[in-house]
Design a protein around this ligand. Structure first.
Ligand SMILES: [Zn+2]
Length: 249
């Protein structure tokens, strides 16, 4: 029997949405589980679902806390609780070596560098202590569609990526861009206001500028305050994504 690939959403909220959690999803075939982003609500949500130990691969789009804040917990659980060390470490995919250096030095090093193993010997850990780190824009995981990372505009000067998952699926990441017409399934972040300093494309702009046929295949994620008072289907979108939603790909 052919294994099916699917996307399962862990969280679909904006950075500080306490109901929907941080935007994050799994690309999975049931065996390999690629986690896209690991914000501060994500590790706890994966523990609740009993899925944390099954994460084999992690991809990070950018370094805001709602996308990386759960990585310390994931690394500690894998290293100490699940003993995923050496060859058993999960893979981590990052867009460039600079991104890897920044992730370690600016965010993770403080908590993960000094650890004690069972022998109670202090260890000077590095990012590779916890993860098999792969840098570059193409992500190949056995049995899953190839993922292509592409640069996306978010905060000026910040290294940030959106994803093309196989040929058909587009994930905007945090982005000011409009989605492309050629994707068959679109997951698009948005914000519900417009200002001069926008860092996400606004719902109003998506509604205004996306052709109806593109809106119809666009699911919205990264939902901030007020999401529960809006009916995206009435505006021609495919809908909002909720935590737990699954899409076959
Ligand atoms: Zn962001």
């Amino acid at each position: 029997m052919e294994t099916k690939n699917y996307i399962e959403w862990i969280g679909t909220g904006a950075g500080l949405n306490p109901v929907l959690g941080n935007t994050s999803f799994l690309v999975s075939n049931g065996e390999r589980n690629l986690l896209v982003d690991c914000g501060f609500t994500v590790t706890l949500e994966l523990i609740k679902k009993g899925k944390l130990k099954d994460i084999t691969d992690v991809l990070i789009t950018h370094q805001h806390a709602d996308h990386i804040g759960g990585l310390e917990g994931l690394a500690f659980m894998d290293f100490f609780a699940y003993k995923k060390r050496g060859e058993a470490r999960p893979n981590m995919y990052l867009g460039s070596e600079q991104f890897a250096d920044d992730l370690w030095n600016n965010s993770l090093r403080g908590g993960l560098e000094k650890i004690q193993t069972d022998e109670n010997e202090p260890v000077n850990a590095i990012l590779e202590t916890y993860f098999k780190v792969h840098t570059g824009k193409t992500v190949s995981v056995d049995g899953l569609p190839e993922v292509q990372m592409f640069s996306a505009p978010h905060v000026v000067g910040m290294e940030n990526y959106g994803l093309r998952i196989g040929k058909d699926v587009y994930y905007s990441g945090d982005s000011l861009n409009l989605p492309p017409a050629d994707a068959k399934l679109i997951f698009q972040d948005c914000q519900f206001y417009e200002s001069k300093s926008d860092v996400h494309v606004s719902y109003a702009k998506l509604k205004r500028e996306l052709p109806a046929e593109v809106r119809a295949k666009t699911y919205l994620v990264h939902l901030g305050g007020g999401w529960d008072k809006i009916d995206p289907k009435a505006d021609g979108f495919a809908g909002f994504v909720k935590p737990g939603d699954k899409f076959e790909i």
